[in-house]
Design a binder for this molecule. Structure first.
Ligand code: ADP
Ligand code: MG
Length: 618
């Protein structure tokens, strides 16, 4: 074990290097830092504004714009303008298929459990690539405003983000050229911005209410000894300020005797109306009536009517708060503080109803759309060891994980995780009838295991022979306070189990840890690109395996013509695998998939989709 301050604040890294805090939001993103007066401050680069809309536009000539400039293309060029990418981070198509119509751009449906991709023109992007573009913009703005290189960051994620979504956020950071020191929960960052949880002596239970542009979540946190524990989260991933805007538009349409269908055809007008609605909503902070005209449409609304209109939506958030408390097995009286987060909590009715529900005044002194980034900057400062008053807990100096297909490192416990800690993930087999599985445990930050340090290896034997994708193998990592790591593999259907114990810090010096960290920073970008190629290749290989098996088994149910064409697609994909270009590989996976999809549907055979579910080790 090492204290964070030793490994991160020393060595050849610049001593005075600024570590920034980043709020990577669904609607808006922003970056903050700790200024010379030791206060958290948001960055406003050259007056471009603090909030960077989380929107990326791809131009015809290969030019990429991010932020406000990209937002304008939402109306004029929707297919090439990506918004809400955070909703797709770490998600498979199955996770999002119920709301695929939400996106105006092309989300690839490859009918599998693998992560979604987005097609723009003839290129494929992962949500990681796209988030990296937003992070890069933030990094550049910070560098420009602070006039110093910015290479390290703390990035926030919603408390409900799972392992894969957190890992995707880390990867996006890496790809943007940032060393991500820690992924912090948004509600944790928000409470830090209010100074809640900074005193290790204090024990508190708090509620963080976050109403953003398109999402709502509430988290109940318990803070003890400087550790934030999430007791419960609740919310609605399709409820936010955008709904308020839509409600206002509908109201105006009705008052002006216009119907929705007409508006849908006129994109320009609908965008203008949307902006007017947002303006009206925001204006109620300082006036009680909004009265403007857009062409011959009267845009009139008073605050009282607005509040009546949005009441059901706000009521819905209160129900979520009730449910969160129930899950945390707490009474509303046991909540010590309520923190307001997200631009939409500026709406008076929201504040009022939340305060009423919790029976106490809410914290709204800090700007609600900046509070998360400010807290992330404070966390970054703690990580840098600049706050001597705050006890640094023991953390794992290097990530711990296992080898997956293609020799990739799959991190189970990320570096800088507080110890003791436990984490796990589920895997499956990659070949039909596979009865053994190698579990190789590694330590380090590189994406290829061969660049990391091997700690242990064992074989999980006696997996009952099943088709690929069927066995469910849980790999659990348990790191105790003495730094002993216990790795356990268990096949859930049969119960076969195997485990090993190692001490990751044994035989490695602080200098070596330092060196490994430095290497990972130098190679971060190449590592991620290399990994994406390997992942694409693995996906392609699995696809070929599945299709070839399908033809063997069900060859009689497809025509000779179809078989011949399938074989052509397979051959093309095999050639693409050799190219080492992830876009080419994805293109051919997509083509093969589109071509063979009807066969499977025709057969009503589950095998093909089952066979492709889950990640496999080897
Ligand atoms: P996210 O966390 O989803 O990225 P934000 O916290 O930035 O989103 O919140 C964006 C939302 O806040 C938008 O719907 C915006 O209209 C709304 N908002 C911003 N300012 C105000 C205001 N003064 N009154 C009401 N809503 C506001
Ligand atoms: Mg937010």
């Amino acid at each position: 074990m090492a204290k964070v301050s030793i490994n991160l604040a020393t060595g050849s890294l610049q001593k005075e290097e600024i570590i920034v805090g980043i709020d990577l939001g669904t609607t808006n993103s922003l970056v903050a830092f700790i200024n010379a007066d030791k206060n958290a401050q948001v960055i406003n680069d050259a007056g471009k504004g603090v909030l960077v809309p989380s929107v990326v536009h791809f131009g015809q000539t290969g030019d990429i714009t991010v932020g406000n400039d990209a937002k304008n293309y939402l109306v004029t060029d929707p297919q090439n303008t990506i918004f809400s990418v955070k909703r797709l981070l770490g998600r498979s198509y199955h996770d999002i298929e119920n709301y695929k119509d939400f996106f105006s751009y092309k989300v690839i449906d490859d009918n599998t459990e693998s992560l979604v991709k987005i097609k723009v023109g003839d290129k494929f992007y992962t949500p990681i690539d796209l988030s990296a573009l937003i992070l890069k913009e933030l990094k550049e703005r910070a560098e420009h405003a602070l006039k110093t290189p910015v290479n390290r960051a703390v990035i926030t994620v919603p408390a409900y983000f799972n392992d894969s979504q957190r890992q995707a956020t880390r990867d996006a950071g890496k790809l943007a050229g940032l060393d991500v020191l820690r992924i912090v929960n948004e509600p944790t960052a928000a409470s830090l911005a209010y100074g809640i949880g900074l005193d290790p002596e204090e024990t508190k239970t708090i509620a963080v209410y976050d109403l953003g542009g398109g999402t709502f979540d509430v988290s109940i946190l318990q803070i003890q000894n400087g550790i934030f524990e999430v007791l419960a989260t609740n919310g609605d991933t399709f409820l936010g300020g955008d709904d308020f805007d839509r409600i206002i538009i509908d109201y105006w349409l009705e008052k002006n005797n216009l119907d929705k269908a007409q508006l849908a055809e006129n994109r320009e007008l609908s965008q203008q109306l949307r902006l007017k609605a947002e303006e009206a909503k925001k204006s109620f902070a300082h006036q009680s009536i909004f009265n403007e005209q857009l062409g011959d449409i009267w845009c009139t609304l008073d605050k009282q009517t607005f509040e009546q209109l949005i009441l059901p939506k706000v009521q819905q958030t209160i129900t979520c708060c009730q449910n969160a408390l129930k899950d945390a097995k707490l009474d509303v009286k046991q909540i010590d503080e309520v923190v307001m987060v997200g631009g939409s909590t500026r709406t008076a009715l929201v504040k009022q109803m939340v305060a009423e529900f919790f029976g106490r005044p809410v914290h709204d002194e800090v700007n609600p759309d900046e509070v998360v980034a400010l807290g992330a900057a404070i966390q970054a400062d703690i990580m840098a060891g600049n706050r001597k008053d705050i006890l640094l807990l023991d953390v794992t100096p290097l990530s711990l994980g296992i080898e997956t297909m293609g020799g990739l490192m799959d991190v189970i416990i990320p570096r800088n995780a507080k110890v003791p800690t436990k984490a796990g993930r589920q895997y499956t087999t990659s070949i039909d009838g596979q009865v053994n599985m190698k579990v190789a445990v590694y330590q380090g930050e590189r994406d290829l295991v061969k660049e990391n340090r091997k700690l242990a290896e064992f074989n999980l034997k006696g997996i009952p022979a099943m088709p690929t994708g069927f066995p469910k193998i849980d790999i659990n990592f348990l790191l105790n306070a003495d730094g002993i790591l216990k790795v356990q593999a268990i096949e859930l259907r049969s119960g076969v189990k195997q485990e090993v114990e190692v001490k990751p810090t044994y035989g490695i010096t602080d200098d070596q840890v330092e060196q490994m960290l430095m290497d990972s920073i130098t190679h971060a970008k190449d590592d991620v690109s290399q990994r994406m190629v390997i992942e694409a290749r693995t996906e392609g290989e699995q696809m070929i395996y599945t299709v070839e098996r399908f033809l063997q088994k069900h060859g009689t149910s497809v025509t000779a013509e179809e078989t011949a064409q399938t074989n052509e697609h397979v051959a093309a994909l095999k050639q693409a695998l050799e190219s080492g270009d992830k876009d080419i590989i994805h293109k051919h996976i997509d083509q093969l998939n589109e071509f063979t999809r009807p066969f499977a549907e025709r057969l009503m055979d589950q095998a093909i989709s089952h066979a492709m579910k889950g990640k496999s080790i080897d």
